[in-house]
Design a protein around this ligand. Structure first.
Ligand SMILES: [Zn+2]
Ligand SMILES: [Zn+2]
Length: 423
């Protein structure tokens, strides 16, 4: 398997919405600037490749210009970047969001970070970072509810279901000090609100416990360097042709398959194929799908025995394209001729983990139900439990501006892949 990138991914300029993070090579200590989505890090000095493990969310702080004699106070914000899908009675609304909100309720501090986090190079929070870190009091889930409301205010009710996909969740600390009112330590400017009564000791906090963990990007099977794009969620060993995903205990093997092709130089795109237990409606076989989605074909007998799978892109792409790919593939239920293992051709790196693909299952069902009038009645009673996932690579033909899958009658614009997360 060779890594495929569109020319625009390879030469992609760093956009404002990419958070930049000051870092050090875990091997040689050389300074490096990472992007928020970076996982696979290749040191420019010692050439060692490392993979960044993040448990739940990452923690950063904004840089500051505090005078030496002042004690720093760090105030926390939750930040989210990803797709928000909202299932309505007649359609699924999609939106890309990139936003932040206080992780601790206080009228002394700005409600959100605004655009500041995007304009500055952030630093990672470690137990050695000096300052008083106010602990988050509001859960990410609660803040997410605020985001959901903020971004779906204008949608028609009822709102049947919401899902956040491909999310980057971080806790970002903004630095302040007192003089005697609160001073924004990024700009060295007092806050415009009256903050003389602010006492940090009224807020629980202290030293942060966060620690980044880098692990060597080495194939657990044969010891070769693993490869992938810098935001890879699945890494590839070009030596023993295996695929690996990060977990709490390092890398674990990813079950994968591909369909063979007659194409001379195909580009393979990765998709998650998920088997799930569905209750509330029948959705176990292809025949069930044909009935649920009212497919314009007569149900054949052997369809009853053909297992149904959910499909979702394993790569970041614009929300609208993501929905389209998910529905086309789930409705088509491709292909029957899977071969185990990854293909030996060019492949787009999977940068959307299976945990995110699982979040799409309900959105997927909502899009399948036909006629649409049934969605509002049925969706609330449908339960879905994911059981098994397989990473499937499907071959696309590369054309100047798009990748085309002929059998599925599916085209993906190359720009939509490269610009997906830089809106
Ligand atoms: Zn190094
Ligand atoms: Zn290997």
């Amino acid at each position: 398997m060779k890594i495929w990138q569109t020319p625009s991914i390879a030469t992609r300029a760093v956009k404002n919405s990419d958070l930049k993070i000051q870092h050090q090579c875990p091997q040689c200590g050389a300074p490096a600037t990472l992007l928020e989505s970076d996982r696979l890090f290749s040191c420019a000095y010692c050439r060692v490749k490392s993979y960044l493990l993040t448990r739940g969310f990452s923690q950063y702080h904004l840089p500051h210009k505090t005078p030496d004699d002042r004690e720093l106070i760090y105030f926390p914000y939750w930040r989210f970047k990803g797709m928000l899908f909202s299932c309505l009675a007649d359609r699924t609304h999609e939106k890309f969001i990139d936003t932040s909100h206080q992780a601790c309720s206080s009228t002394c501090f700005p409600v959100s970070l605004g655009l500041r986090s995007q304009a500055l190079t952030l630093e990672c929070v470690s137990p050695e970072t000096k300052g008083y870190f106010i602990a988050p009091q509001t859960s990410f889930k609660a803040v997410m509810t605020i985001f959901n409301r903020r971004f779906t205010r204008d949608l028609a009710s009822p709102l049947l279901h919401q899902a956040h996909i491909g999310e980057t969740i971080s806790l970002i600390y903004a630095p302040y000090y007192t003089n005697p009112g609160l001073v924004d330590a990024v700009l060295n400017k007092p806050l415009p609100t009256r903050t003389n009564s602010f006492r940090p000791e009224n807020f629980p906090g202290g030293t942060p416990s966060a620690r980044f963990q880098f692990i060597p990007a080495m194939c657990p099977n044969c010891g070769w360097d693993l490869t992938g794009s810098r935001d890879a969620q699945v890494l590839n060993c070009a030596h023993c042709h295996s695929l690996w995903q990060p977990g709490p205990n390092g890398f674990s093997a990813v079950p994968c398959a591909h369909t063979p092709t007659q194409l001379q130089e195909p580009v393979y795109l990765p998709f998650w194929r998920i088997k799930a237990d569905v209750n509330g409606v029948d959705l176990n076989s292809y025949a069930d799908l044909a009935r649920l989605a009212n497919l314009p074909k007569a149900v054949q007998k052997d369809w009853e025995a053909t297992a149904f799978h959910f499909w979702a892109p394993a790569f970041k792409v614009r929300p609208r394209v993501f929905l389209r790919l998910m529905h086309v593939l789930t409705t088509a239920q491709p292909p029957k001729n899977l071969e185990p293992g990854g293909p030996r051709h060019h492949c787009l790196t999977a940068n959307l983990p299976v945990s995110e693909a699982i979040e799409t299952l309900r959105v997927n069902v909502a899009g399948l139900i036909k006629p649409k009038e049934r969605v509002a009645e049925w969706l609330p009673h449908i339960g879905i439990k994911p059981r098994k996932a397989l990473l499937v690579y499907l071959p696309f033909e590369e054309r100047p501006h798009e990748l085309v899958h002929n059998d599925l009658n599916l085209a993906v614009n190359k720009n939509q892949l490269s610009l997906a997360w830089n809106l």
